[in-house]
Ligand binder design. Structure first.
Ligand code: HEM
Ligand code: HEM
Length: 231
């Protein structure tokens, strides 16, 4: 009694996203590794953009219309929490809600990081200066960290209270111990997945080669700019 619910693209996406976030977060403290911070951070954003498209065209349990996020679903989930006959093949209601938030906050974090990087080279972007982007980026990064902690608490509670379902195992193997319809892939989805991960690697490489920003370089850049203006 097993159902194949997470195909290779979903599992690869998940582990690249998790690695990207963890490494980007840790490296934000190390100036020498800032280009890896840009690379992993921007990879997170690109991975999520493709995941959003996959949520519209992908296999059954990855589709957003299969995410039971409504209030009634959340209440039902709480009411039937200890009723082991109620099983969710895809994401359960609170997990679906947290995942949607991870997508929104993850993209915002990546984008605000990119704008923060860009703000080192120009006075204002969209009327905001570097200090504002710094604040916004920090808020999104910490919000994302909070969501990841919630996500992990959810997995731990599911593993304790619904261990027979095998949710934790499913993100490694693709299978849950539930009887339902297996997902199917097709050539179009396979091509989409190849484009998805090629784009993520390409952006990683591009971002790794971004101009290194250090206090000195930015100061130098500014003084060159002001000298040019004086001339
Ligand atoms: C390192 C430990 C982690 C473990 C053990 C883990 C485990 C899991 C599991 C078991 C699922 C499937 C849940 C379900 O069936 O409802 C899942 C899904 C997901 N996880 Fe994680 N996770 C980890 C880290 C992360 C991190 C760091 C992030 C985000 C930065 C993340 C984001 C997600 C997302 C977005 C999904 C939904 C995937 C999709 O629908 O395509 N996870 N995770
Ligand atoms: C989801 C992905 C990302 C996460 C989780 C993340 C996280 C962080 C964190 C925690 C900080 C330190 C904030 C503080 O304490 O002030 C930071 C700083 C920063 N991030 Fe990101 N970031 C991400 C993506 C990006 C991207 C894509 C870029 C640029 C392409 C970027 C550029 C920067 C810059 C320039 C700083 C300021 C570094 C400094 O001057 O100390 N980040 N990021």
């Amino acid at each position: 009694m097993k159902t194949y619910i997470w195909g290779i693209p979903t599992r690869l996406f998940h582990w690249l996203l998790a690695t990207g976030f963890i490494i980007a977060y840790i490296l934000s403290d190390f100036e020498d590794y800032m280009n890896f911070h840009f690379a992993f951070g921007l990879m997170v954003g690109v991975l999520i953009i493709f995941r959003l498209i996959y949520g519209l065209i992908g296999p059954k349990y990855s589709l957003f219309n299969n995410f039971p996020i409504g209030l009634r679903n959340q209440i039902n989930f709480i009411k039937t929490f200890f009723d082991n006959s109620k099983k969710y093949t895809g994401h359960n209601p609170p997990a679906s809600f947290v995942m949607i938030l991870i997508f929104i906050v993850g993209i915002s974090c990546s984008l605000s990081g990119y704008l923060l990087y860009k703000s080192n080279f120009s006075e204002n972007i969209l009327f905001f200066n570097k200090e504002i982007f710094e604040e916004i980026h920090e808020i999104f990064a910490n919000l994302l960290l909070g969501l990841v902690i919630l996500h992990l608490l959810g997995i731990i509670s599911d593993t304790i209270f619904h261990y027979k379902v095998g949710t934790l195992k499913s993100i490694f193997t693709g299978f849950k111990n539930i009887e339902d319809e297996n997902i199917k892939s097709n050539l179009f989805l396979k091509i989409f997945a190849v484009i998805w991960f090629t784009a993520a690697i390409f952006i990683f490489y591009q971002a790794y080669n971004f101009t290194k920003i250090s206090e000195n370089e930015v100061e130098q850049q500014n003084s060159i700019q002001s000298e040019d203006e004086d001339d």
